[in-house]
Design a protein around this ligand. Sequence first.
Ligand SMILES: O=P(O)(O)OC[C@H]1O[C@@H](O)[C@H](O)[C@@H](O)[C@@H]1O
Length: 315
Amino acid sequence: MDRPNRPSALSPSTLGPQPSVHAEQGRVIASLPTGDSVEILLYGATVTSWKSNGRQNLWLSSAAKLDGSKAVRGGIPVVFPVFGPPPKGHATSALPQHGFARTSHWEYLGSSSSESGALAKGGDDSIKLDFGLSAAQISDEARKAWGYDFALVYTVTLGKDRLQTMLNVQNKGDKTFDFQMLLHTYFQVKDISKTTVNGLGSQPYVDKVLNATTHTQTTPSLSITGEVDRVYAQIRQDTTSIVEDGKPSIDVVRDNLDDTVVWNPWIEKANGLGDFEPKDGYKNMICIEVGAVDGWQKLEPGETFEGGQIVKSNL
Ligand SMILES: O=P(O)(O)OC[C@H]1O[C@@H](O)[C@H](O)[C@@H](O)[C@@H]1O
């Protein structure tokens, strides 16, 4: 049963330990009686922490700016309405790389908890947090660069050992627009030399390291031994898994999204990113980024699109 709550806190209950939510100083923190927790910065609606079973599942640079001065280097930045550098001559061309969602101040819309939602397992609770961003809430500069009337609702649901993040895009105006979206998730891994990515075998991909040429992955699993920046499109399998020391540690399940980007900057690129610290942090992270980035999603006036992911920790 859904239990709607005010943004500030959940009601006390006599039914035993309950999920808790705190909204404070530009961030929202939620936790479950199981110890699972999530933290979201309103700046970018960026998930900056997701813990399960005592483990931090996300990588966050120690030099990440959390003060709203720059997109967060780590966690789960939301990419919208364009992925990568905007193409010339396109409606998004005046926007910065990866658009404006990750650098906008979102609104916290509130929480609800559930004992039977999609993420509730074996009687465990889950908690759902909603964040909103509309055309009126972005900077004048962003609105000038992309003048469409839209509303985004980003829903983060915490369950035992799992996190769901869904982006809902609405066209509120009278003009059709094209967009791309992506959830740029930085996962923490113990040792990149013992990490592989499964679920992308036999898939074609565009290799951004090799001048955006198209290749097909011939092996069932991908080992990371240098800079990787690949855009896999129209993937047949829903689940991409991070395998550490031969065991699947994280499963990433796409929901209504066909594409996935795999990124690790490795030594040189990490050195060139001022907010990437420690510099050898590339050994402890891998980005698996689900999205709709192959071509454009067209949204007619009044239409809605929703896509996202469920990430599961097996540790
Ligand atoms: O430095 P940014 O803008 O956060 O982007 C990081 C990376 O994001 C990835 O999604 C892109 O495929 C890479 O090309 C890019 O370098």
